[in-house]
Write a protein that binds this ligand. Structure first.
Ligand SMILES: C[S@@+](CC[C@H](N)C(=O)[O-])C[C@H]1O[C@@H](n2cnc3c(N)ncnc32)[C@H](O)[C@@H]1O
Length: 298
């Protein structure tokens, strides 16, 4: 198992205000503590991603064996999609959801009130739990946003019992998520900052199967397997699509909230064209594929 070292202070911001990095390859990256994900509005996150991560959660659970039992940890639980799916399994006694965002945790606690579920604010690169405290540890759509994902995976392994499974999913941002491609490829044509963001975020090792495999192996996990799983994201109209983009959450918000109004409107206009494909406004269904990884603690 990877040895846990003293945490680095890289990008640390103990206040609530995101740090906007200037002069780096991307000017729109946001770092708060050990997270690079802007997470300030639970309800907005549900519209943006929670409605889709809820579809992905049962597929991830099936991929990892399908019959979780005992105590489980959802690392980076957000608004609790995977936490709730795990708690729905009859042999699961308890699920703890941990996320660094107090806004998401309080929203999740209201959304998924259950005696089998606990939510708490915490950093998955600094998990407070004892060794081998859980039968299984999970993470969905998180690791690509963690400043030190190897450290997070090492902690996830440490708190899992021998024989337990550590499993994760991350979007295949480069090749698998049509809606995100549509937005960033369109914005990148007219805005170099969007192109820089794409060049940074789309190639993160945790969004790629080789990077995930390497992290799982480096953590000492056995029987490492990778697969890809696809859901559909359905939008009722362009307004529905844009409401998921123009919120206070995630990379879209980190980007749009720092644009001049004229640039924001230009991006919106072009993305609308891409959404319509020359047809009347209405329902669109886009494939979204995640890489999934699992391994067993020895
Ligand atoms: C895309 S959201 C995924 C949320 C949820 N797992 C889901 O599937 O909907 C990414 C989440 O990772 C959390 N996060 C990022 N870095 C973290 C860290 N170091 N510790 C805990 N949570 C973190 C963010 O706050 C955010 O809720």
């Amino acid at each position: 198992m990877r040895k846990l070292s003293t945490p680095s202070d890289c990008g640390r911001n103990d206040g609530a205000t995101p740090v906007w990095r200037d002069g780096e390859r991307t000017a729109i990256s946001v770092t708060s503590g050990n997270s690079m994900f802007l997470a300030t509005d639970g309800e907005g996150y549900e519209t943006q991603m929670g409605r889709w991560s809820r579809r992905l959660a049962p597929l991830l659970i099936n991929f990892a064996g399908g019959n979780p039992a005992g105590r489980h940890l959802d690392a980076g639980c957000g608004t609790g999609s995977l936490t709730c799916a795990l708690a729905g399994h009859p042999d699961v006694e308890r699920v703890v959801g941990v996320d660094v965002s107090p806004d998401y945790i309080s929203y999740a606690a209201r959304l998924h009130a259950s005696p089998r579920i606990e939510f708490e604010v915490g950093d998955i690169t600094e998990l407070r739990f004892e060794n081998a405290a859980f039968d299984g540890v999970w993470s969905s759509l998180v690791l690509q946003f963690v400043t030190d994902p190897h450290r997070a995976v090492a902690h996830m392994c440490r708190v899992t019992k021998p024989g337990g499974v550590v499993a994760a999913a991350t979007w295949d941002t480069r090749g698998g998520v049509v809606a995100q491609r549509m937005f960033w490829d369109t914005a990148a044509v007219i805005d170099p900052d969007a192109a820089s963001y794409r060049a940074t975020a789309f190639v993160r090792p945790m969004s790629r199967p080789d990077g995930l495999r390497e992290a799982w192996r480096a953590a000492g996990l056995a029987h490492v397997e990778i697969e890809s799983l696809t859901i559909r994201m359905e939008f009722t109209s362009f307004a529905d699509f844009w409401s998921s983009v123009d919120s206070r959450n995630g990379p879209y918000a980190a980007y749009l909230s720092t644009r001049e109004e004229a640039m924001k409107q230009a991006v919106r206009r072009l993305v609308r064209h891409a959404y319509l494909d020359g047809e009347p406004d209405g329902l669109r269904s886009y494939a979204a594929t995640a890489w999934t990884v699992k391994g067993t603690v020895q």
